[in-house]
Design a protein around this ligand. Structure first.
Ligand SMILES: NC(=O)c1ccc[n+]([C@@H]2O[C@H](COP(=O)([O-])OP(=O)(O)OC[C@H]3O[C@@H](n4cnc5c(N)ncnc54)[C@H](O)[C@@H]3O)[C@@H](O)[C@H]2O)c1
Length: 332
């Protein structure tokens, strides 16, 4: 079972699981029937004979019925976005904390053996670089706090006396690739290069991010289902940390167009750099990122080029009304 299945990473995970021969149930409150991004994300899997779809919010769904036959629950549903989390925090608490607790409780009650939780590099805050799983977690955004609360809930349920639930929490570092959320930086930079729209750069562009290709994230996430340790946390990164200004330069080389820039001050909640120590991921998941940034960005640019022109323009200047994606963000 995949929660957040209509989302960017969730839809790729559904595809990866189907390709590996699993039966997959996906749930999301964004319905492909009514939501353009959900429809686009699920286009390739919607009619797959081993894929079942549940329309619904995790908080309003009978979770015991939902999860009872699952061999593994991949919990990706969340309200993402660092900058937007400074307002409307109730949405973050409801989706990232309350829904996670309800899901875990149902997993315990119905005997689900495994949960894989999509955590975030945002739990670290401004730690040493590269970040290790043993570093003190000091999130500097409400989003980071909500993801850390979700992660801690997972560990608490796994460690509860008598629990037979094993949980692996994956701290994803900024994920990119085809179908990336329209509020995220790489897609917006590439879409700006392809359309001539302005890209708003926060700060001087020196902020560094460990960008992780979505195909690598899917491999790590599927490998996490096989981890037998009762409660584990591990980073999932792309293998190198790159300055935003260099990402813009790469977008210009890949598309052959310049990226029109508008500079605004750095935003609250944005850390100066993210970088992942991948030692534990190698040991636990046999994980090694395989897609470098140029290759991954080239695939993302190809995907963007294939969109209808009005949708491509929407990716260059994302809507500000989507309740999950109010403010453009360049991190996870
Ligand atoms: N994209 C990144 O760079 C990144 C980095 C670190 C962590 N993460 C985590 O990975 C996960 C997936 O991120 P994404 O970028 O694919 O985001 P996304 O917004 O594309 O997908 C999340 C999906 O969850 C759904 N959802 C939210 N609350 C729900 C609820 N209560 N019930 C049912 N569905 C609900 C949303 O409708 C959305 O489709 C999230 O947990 C996010 O915090 C993402």
């Amino acid at each position: 079972m995949v929660t957040g299945a209509a989302g960017f990473i969730g839809s790729h995970l559904v595809q990866g699981l189907l390709d590996s021969g699993f039966d997959v149930v996906g749930i999301d409150r964004r319905s492909p029937g009514t939501d353009t991004v959900a429809r686009l994300n699920l286009h390739d899997v919607a009619s797959h004979p081993r894929f079942s779809w549940v329309d619904g919010d995790l908080r309003d769904t009978d979770m015991n019925v939902l999860v009872r036959d699952a061999a593994c629950v991949y919990h990706l549903a969340a309200v993402p976005g660092v900058r937007s989390s400074w307002s409307g925090f109730e949405r973050y608490v409801a989706a990232n904390v309350v829904a996670t607790q309800l899901l875990l409780s149902a997993c315990i009650q119905t005997g689900v053996p495994k949960v894989v939780y999509a955590s975030s590099s945002s739990v670290y805050g401004e730690t040493a670089s590269p970040s290790r799983e043993t570093d003190l977690t000091q999130p500097i955004s409400p989003y980071g706090v909500s993801k850390l609360a979700g992660e801690q809930l997972c560990l608490a349920y796994a460690k509860r006396p008598g629990s037979r639930l094993s949980v692996t929490a994956l701290r994803y570092f900024t994920v990119y690739g085809p179908r990336q959320r329209p509020d995220m930086a790489i897609g917006r930079i590439l879409a700006a290069a392809l359309t001539g729209e302005q890209y708003t750069i926060f700060g001087d562009g020196a902020q560094r991010r460990e960008f992780t290709y979505v195909g690598d994230v899917v491999e790590a996430t599927m490998a996490a289902a096989l981890v037998e340790v009762p409660a584990a946390v591990t980073n999932v990164g792309g293998g190198s940390s790159v300055a935003m200004i260099d990402v813009i330069g790469m977008a210009q080389q890949i598309t052959g167009n310049s990226v029109p820039l508008t500079a605004v001050p750095a935003q609250a909640g944005d850390v100066p750099a993210t970088s992942a120590d991948l030692t534990r991921a190698r040991l636990l998941l046999d994980y090694q990122p395989r897609t470098d940034l140029r290759t991954g960005m080239t695939r993302q640019a190809e995907w963007l080029r294939g969109l209808p022109p009005d949708l491509l323009r929407a990716y260059a200047s994302p809507p500000t009304t989507n309740e999950d994606q109010k403010v453009p963000a360049c991190s996870s």
